[in-house]
Design a protein around this ligand. Sequence first.
Ligand code: FES
Ligand code: CO
Length: 321
Amino acid sequence: MLNDPVLVHDWHVVALGSELQEGKTMAVRLLEEDLVLWRVRGKICAWQDLCVHRGTRLSLGKVESETLACPYHGWVYNQDGQCIRYPAHPSQRPSERARVKVYQAREQYGWIWVCLGEPANDIPLFPQWDDASYRKVHCGPYTYKASAPRAIENFLDITHFPFVHQSYLGDPAHTEVNDYQVEIHEDGITASNITVWQPDPDGSGQGAHVSYTYHVYRPLTAGFVKSSAGPHFAMFFTITPVAPHLSHAWAYVAVDYNNLTESAIQEYQNLITMQDVPIVESQRPELLPLDLQAELHLRSDRTAIAYRKWLSQLGLSFGTA
Ligand code: FES
Ligand code: CO
């Protein structure tokens, strides 16, 4: 699954931008590859975390005057990943081959995104990001010992609310879901106007019917906007496939109302996610079955059905073929 070209040539979040400080290294993992991150004058370097001399982790090394030095024999690499000095032979010019594998990295939405291949798409648009009427609150990362598409499908799933998120996002006395529309288009999936009842959709303490519209932007990035009579609550959600059964979720909540503090929003999301995690981790098979015959579906599962179809159309198999 993890060497699938669609994932290799896509952008994935690996860190919070604020956590990567100048002068420091950071070790992260993406698609089973260990990476070292470091910054030079704001520019982000994302390299294979491996010195080409003896395979030592460069993330254990030292950042000094715009270079990164290996902790083992001190080879010094410039910001392009080229070794420029062998300390044991200071006058010998390092070989062209003494170069680490360098990946593309970008900082957007306060996160560091890395692409291990040639980016086939831009980083998905987070529609509320530039809209000043929305407050943006970062949540996560959350770890799921589960495959990334299982976690995305959980994010897209509405009928679990009265059960997994009872008294938060749903109520066992109001379980019915309307027949809603789902469209698969070139850039993803839109599921519109899914109406459910919630005990307290906007922190005001009042129960109300709310309407969700979901967008799947990339195989592992999605979002929704929830609206009730007045306020809007939006969420942008992206999953990092770390290993076949290990994923990290990064989220932004965007709200156009002010009665909740940033930490109240984060605590609420932490709680909701901690309710989801054991469910998702329990699912078998671990890899999302893209063969629609493999599991049973209801009308209300049409977002998940569209998600599985779209992944198949993109040529992803997630190892389930
Ligand atoms: Fe990095 Fe020797 S292993 S310098
Ligand atoms: Co949930």
